[in-house]
Write a protein that binds this ligand. Structure first.
Ligand SMILES: CC(C)(COP(=O)(O)OP(=O)(O)OC[C@H]1O[C@@H](n2cnc3c(N)ncnc32)[C@H](O)[C@@H]1OP(=O)(O)O)[C@@H](O)C(=O)NCCC(=O)NCCS
Length: 210
């Protein structure tokens, strides 16, 4: 089968996890990664870093599919800007789901979102575009996550809770059912979220987290 070529934008640690999922999903042929100028010419798990984002306009005429493989913790700004740039250049940003993940037939997952190993997205849940649903994360029934969110490894968003666009939910955090987390929130690892969090909120609060 002639698989479509896929360009990976971002060559850091998260890109390695993405490569693993994309290889196992077996729908795309990874054509290379884009990274920093200093990373050009190096390899990631056998795939070449073929350029930087400055090469995107030229690459857009050759490759139709791309995915943002930069990580996201303190701010979603870089991932949002890159997602929008790729769309403007005419790339298709596919949804990528690890064969080891479980995504309900009654859930929706947006463009450019990657669902990593062992994650579960349950019935009635909805996930926006350009999200990372990381390894062993759980989005329970009816929960909603806006675009450009990162649900880190092992985090749980319980039933009917919602997470606004651009938010980060740290590793092992549990969000109680029905809780509303606003846009661009930063919830650190290991939190038990029992109350709503306003847009731009930080948890734990008052800990000097920048
Ligand atoms: C929230 C986070 C981004 C803050 O990072 P930071 O701005 O560099 O902050 P620091 O690590 O310097 O910590 C600042 C203070 O907040 C505390 N703190 C940081 N994260 C905390 C957390 N999750 N829970 C409780 N306290 C936390 C620190 O102990 C420190 O307290 P102190 O000032 O009393 O010593 C980081 O701690 C975190 O949780 N990162 C996410 C990790 C993760 O989930 N990775 C998975 C990726 S898949």
């Amino acid at each position: 089968m002639n698989k479509p070529g896929l360009l990976l934008v971002g060559a850091g640690g998260h890109a390695l996890s993405c490569i693993d999922v994309i290889e196992l999903e077996n729908r795309f042929r990874i054509v290379g990664l884009l990274g920093l100028q200093s990373e050009k010419g190096s390899q990631r798990l056998g795939y070449p870093v073929i350029g930087t984002d400055e090469d995107l306009p030229e690459l857009a005429s050759t490759y139709g599919h791309a995915v943002v493989t930069m990580g996201q913790i303190k701010t979603p700004a870089l991932r949002i800007a890159m997602f929008q740039r790729l769309l403007e250049l005419g790339f298709v940003l596919p949804t990528i789901v690890a064969p080891t993940a479980q995504v309900s037939l009654h859930a929706t997952v947006g463009d450019g979102t990657i669902v990593m190993h062992g994650a579960i997205i349950n019935a009635g849940a909805s996930i926006g575009d350009n999200c990372i649903i990381n390894c062993r994360a759980l989005v329970e029934h009816g929960a909603r996550m806006g675009s450009h969110c990162h649900l880190a490894t092992g985090a749980i968003v319980n039933g009917d809770a919602s997470v606004g666009e651009g938010s980060f939910i740290g590793s092992g955090t549990v969000v109680r059912e029905g809780i509303r987390i606003g846009k661009h929130c930063l919830v650190g690892m290991g939190q038990m979220v029992r109350t709503d969090c306003a847009d731009g909120g930080r948890l734990p609060a008052g800990k000097g987290i920048k």
